[in-house]
Design a protein around this ligand. Structure first.
Ligand SMILES: *[C@@H]1O[C@H](CO)[C@@H](O)[C@H](O)[C@H]1NC(C)=O
Ligand SMILES: *[C@@H]1O[C@H](CO)[C@@H](O)[C@H](O)[C@H]1NC(C)=O
Ligand SMILES: *[C@@H]1O[C@H](CO)[C@@H](O)[C@H](O)[C@H]1NC(C)=O
Ligand SMILES: *[C@@H]1O[C@H](CO)[C@@H](O)[C@H](O)[C@H]1NC(C)=O
Ligand SMILES: *[C@@H]1O[C@H](CO)[C@@H](O)[C@H](O)[C@H]1NC(C)=O
Ligand SMILES: *[C@@H]1O[C@H](CO)[C@@H](O)[C@H](O)[C@H]1NC(C)=O
Length: 806
């Protein structure tokens, strides 16, 4: 009896005095003061008022008892109290419904309420050991629970997702700042419009996505499988279990695993933390986004991100950067575009392995379909751009179909297979790439053999003291072309018909062709008349360009020798050569190359030239840079072509300017530097000179030729400070102030490139830096005023033999 009395007494004393009442339940008749807390039965969580914003605001929240800083839920995020003593926590409290937070200093105004439809029935609120605060009615039914209204923290048992019956959205939103629980910029929500996946949003934009649930884990978080000893992941609704009435994701701690929480922090990062009991602190277990490839849309549409690649962003095979210039400047957000448009009828799929699936918003998902069915469906729908399996369990099942751009694809460990729709010709090009490498190896081996046999023949010639017709015999030696049999090329160009002819020059003719696989090519047929020169040029060109790989150099796809025919097969440049634009009589045609495009072409040519001079394995002087030798692809990317007279040049690391050789003069008037044209002194500065002329031509739309001496004209305008008068009239009106300034820079660089003395011309590396204004520009002196063209009084192209005759 005494004992019972003592127990009762001590309990009541405890109740009366305790500020941290050891109660987990608040009944309708009781209230809690601002300095009192509810404590979950196992004292794992507490509910009460906590200060924030430098202790100037008070919030009702739930935190871990062992770690009061780890607040897992906040009630009055939008309406903080100014003092702790003002707070009264009650159930119903005769005003509002459910659990309420009242402001005692404002005649018990309701600051926050759990108000729900069944609020009036609320009888008690209880804080559970899970961290869930539940409000119950008379019958003990839960009428409201904090787990259905999470704030920035995701605890075991909290669901993120959507309730399809009520439309309720279970999402997280970050705090405004580490010390301010009011709602911040970031939200963590389930996107259910495709294959369900979780997105982090900030101010109306996605910043990160987990990738769709694939039956085992989120597509973009392969490391989830490694946490399975600690956590159990549950996903509801992904596999067509529509009966569940919800799409949700939650995790649970496995027995014996430490306490854990997942937080959407103030920088929009999902942090999974576990409690380290021995250190009495939280340790960061995982966080996402993990790297720059997780940043939403890092590589734009149809881009694919690869963190271990130095350039990070690439395009999916069959696609190319939409704006190569922006990509070059590492701005990849513009993404990639198809090389060849889809034909609907004859497309196929390219298998991209090991990726986080692209964003599935707007995708069609069918958990019942097989991969084979999926392929068929995608093929039969002209708008379908890709497909993949939906569930990786077992042999895989389900079908996801994409209909537009593929956004936010990246490589991940243990990633999934994505089948990307491509036009047949792009697929063939991919298949041929491997073959092409082998072919190039064969070509190179062939040339080694050729050179050996040449050496042998010369040796024989010297021994016998007799003239040997070297070229004919070597011509026979490489008479077989492994890449393109002659018949194929003949068929591709309609038997080298007039209609297919797209160009001609001293070397012979160029024909447009279409290979049996649909690929468009340009076939250069070297003229038979000049077989000696032809074979030399031919060997030179194949030998050089087969080894050169650069965006701004035209690509050699293969070659062919048939009896006396020598053919070079190049990628086809749909926009032909630069001169057809800049020197066109039609003003509209000239205006199609706006300032931006012209600038990109100038930079492209400069980069191609720099590659030739310094970056390729062989340092090369092109010798014949001119507007007709700059080709433009479908995206107006400039590609330098015609290596027929290019010269390999070993500078052995010495200063380029010092490396001069004397050589046979070949080239085109108007583009030849004086020292080369007059004395045959050849150095890299010859190309710099040609580049300077070309640059001025691109800007002005005028040829440097014959009686029109563009350099002298430019210099006159420069001296008079009327630079922008040089600008092509067809585009001048459209240029902004910044562009006119850019044009002035270009003109200055152009003048520096055409200085009389080769020593005063900048090397290509400096030219590029000057064009992008990363390097100060020197003041040009009086440039070459009497061009070779005017000296000779000659106009038009000078053929090689003309010059040799001199
Ligand atoms: C809690 O607040 C009440 C009234 O606001 C006060 O009487 C009591 O002393 C406070 N207790 C503690 C431990 O601060
Ligand atoms: C926080 O409050 C203290 C004193 O109340 C003040 O000295 C301090 O400057 C405040 N800090 C900030 C960041 O406002
Ligand atoms: C809850 O409040 C309503 C009035 O808003 C009142 O009628 C009801 O009796 C209250 N219930 C409890 C349990 O206090
Ligand atoms: C959010 O989490 C990331 C990763 O743990 C961390 O680097 C960053 O500092 C955190 N941001 C804030 C505001 O705490
Ligand atoms: C990056 O490119 C996009 C379009 O491709 C453009 O809108 C954006 O302004 C560019 N950003 C920068 C920093 O240049
Ligand atoms: C493809 O998309 C276009 C435009 O979005 C639409 O008009 C057309 O109906 C779609 N075709 C199919 C087969 O879905």
């Amino acid at each position: 009896m005494d004992q019972l009395f003592l127990t009762l007494l001590s309990t009541s004393i405890l109740l009366l005095t305790s500020s941290a009442a050891a109660e987990s339940t608040l009944t309708a008749s009781a209230t809690l003061g601002g300095n009192q807390t509810l404590v979950s039965p196992g004292d794992i969580f507490r509910l009460g008022l906590f200060p924030a914003v430098n202790r100037t605001r008070w919030f009702l929240g739930i935190w871990f008892t062992v770690s009061p800083d780890a607040v897992v839920w906040v009630a009055n995020r939008d309406r903080p109290l100014l003092t702790q003593s003002a707070a009264v926590i009650a159930v119903n409290g005769s005003r509002g419904g459910g659990l309420v937070l009242l402001d005692a200093t404002a005649s018990n105004a309701v600051v926050w309420s759990s108000s729900s439809a069944a609020a009036t029935a609320a009888q008690q609120a209880q804080l559970l050991d899970t961290g869930n605060l539940v409000v119950r009615d008379k019958e003990g039914n839960v009428v409201w629970q904090s787990f259905e209204h999470p704030t920035n923290t995701f605890l075991p048992g909290i669901r993120v997702g959507k309730d399809l019956r009520t439309g309720a959205d279970w999402s997280l939103s970050s705090w405004r700042a580490a010390d301010d629980p009011s709602p911040g910029d970031y939200r963590y929500v389930m996107d259910t419009s495709g294959a369900p996946e979780l997105h982090v949003w900030s101010r109306g934009r996605r910043t990160y996505r987990t990738g769709p649930w694939n039956g085992v884990r989120f597509s973009g978080i392969p490391e989830m499988t490694t946490f399975e000893d600690m956590f159990e992941f549950q996903f509801t609704g992904a596999d067509g279990a529509s009966g569940a009435g919800e799409v949700s994701y939650q995790f649970r701690n496995r027995d014996g695993s430490p306490m854990s929480r997942v937080l959407l922090n103030e920088s929009g990062v999902m942090q999974r933390m576990v409690w380290d009991r021995s250190a009495a602190s939280w340790s960061n277990f995982w966080s996402g986004p993990r790297d720059q490839c997780d940043t939403y849309g890092r590589c734009g549409a149809f881009g694919v991100c690869n963190v271990v690649d130095a350039t990070v962003c690439g395009c999916i095979r069959g696609f190319a950067p939409k704006s190569p210039e922006e990509w070059y400047m590492r701005n990849t957000s513009g993404g990639c575009g198809r090389k060849t448009p889809l034909q609907c009828g004859g497309d196929g799929f390219y298998l991209l392995r090991g990726v986080k699936l692209p964003e599935t918003h707007g995708c069609a998902v069918d958990a019942g379909a097989t991969l084979e069915e999926c392929r068929r469906r995608c093929l039969s729908d002209c708008n379908c751009t890709a497909y993949s399996g939906a569930d990786i369990r077992g042999a895989g099942s389900g079908c996801i179909q994409w209909f537009g751009e593929l956004m936010d694809t990246r490589f991940v460990d243990g990633g999934q297979d994505l089948y990307v729709r491509l036009a047949e010709s792009d697929l063939d090009a991919i298949k041929n790439t491997k073959k092409f490498v082998v072919v190039i190896a064969l070509v190179i081996t062939g040339f080694v053999l050729l050179l050996l046999s040449l050496g042998f023949l010369i040796w024989m010639k010297a021994r016998r003291g007799k003239k040997v017709r070297v070229l004919d015999e070597t011509g026979d030696f490489i008479a077989e072309c492994p890449t393109y049999p002659f018949e194929i090329i003949r068929a591709a160009t309609n038997g080298f018909s007039e209609g297919n002819k797209i160009g001609e020059g001293g070397f012979g003719f160029v024909y447009k062709g279409r290979l049996p696989d649909g690929q468009e090519v340009a076939v250069k047929k070297l003229s038979k008349e000049n077989t000696v020169q032809g074979l030399k040029e031919f060997k030179n060109e194949v030998d050089l360009i087969a080894k050169l790989q650069h965006r701004n150099l035209v690509r050699l796809l293969g070659f062919c020798i048939h009896c006396t025919e020598r053919l070079l097969v190049y990628e086809y440049m749909s926009n032909k050569s630069l001169d057809t634009f800049i020197f066109n009589k039609n003003e509209g045609r000239r205006a199609t190359l706006g300032w931006k495009t012209r600038m990109n072409i100038i930079l492209g040519v400069a980069r191609g030239l720099l590659y030739l001079h310094e970056d390729s394995r062989h340092t090369i002087i092109h010798r014949d840079l001119k507007a007709a030798n700059v080709l433009l692809d479908g995206d107006m990317v400039a590609k330098i072509s015609d290596f027929g007279i290019a010269r390999r040049f070993s500078s052995s690391g010495a200063d380029q300017k010092d490396c001069t050789i004397t050589d046979r003069v070949v080239g085109t008037l108007g583009y030849m530097s004086p020292e080369y044209a007059m004395d045959g002194k050849l150095s890299f500065m010859q190309d710099v000179y040609s580049f300077g002329v070309l640059l001025l031509e691109i800007i002005s739309g005028k040829r440097n030729q014959g009686t029109s001496n563009l350099i002298a004209h430019t210099w006159r305008l420069w001296e008079e400070g009327r630079n922008t008068d040089l600008l092509e009239p067809a585009i001048r009106g459209e240029c902004t102030g910044g562009e006119l300034e850019q044009a002035t820079t270009c003109i200055q660089v152009g003048l520096l490139c055409v200085q009389e003395s080769p020593d005063q011309r900048p090397p290509m590396a400096d030219v590029i830096h000057m064009l992008s204004r990363e390097k100060a520009l020197g003041q040009p002196r009086r440039p070459v005023m009497s061009t070779v063209a005017t000296t000779y009084g000659h106009s038009g192209r000078l053929t090689i033999t003309d010059l040799e005759a001199r």
